[in-house]
Write a protein of this length. Structure first.
Length: 94
């Protein structure tokens, strides 16, 4: 699942935020990197914390985009997905 959001802050500056579930996997990591290269804030959502955090460091270094973060999320658990999305919306809606 890939969820792209456009969040508008109080001063109406458009923020591009992309949540990539399975973000630490092969396809997810490639998509996360492309999003980071194009200026998105990238949320790598995955159940594998070790891989996810390593990927964040790698993408930040390769793209010079510091707006790449890891979010622990188990997509097989609906509550986990809802909570992860709620945290992201709360964090990035200024």
């Amino acid at each position: 699942m890939i969820l792209k959001m456009r969040l508008h802050s109080k001063n109406m500056i458009d923020k591009k935020v992309c949540i990539v579930s399975g973000g630490a996997g092969l396809l997810g990591s490639a998509f996360s990197k492309v999003c980071a290269q194009t200026g998105y804030t990238v949320i790598i959502a995955d159940i594998d914390t070790k891989k996810g955090e390593a990927l964040v460091k790698s993408i930040r270094k390769e793209t010079s985009n510091d707006n790449v973060v890891f979010e622990l999320c188990d997509i097989s658990n609906e509550a986990s997905v809802k909570n992860a999305v709620a945290r992201v919306v709360k964090q990035y809606r200024a």
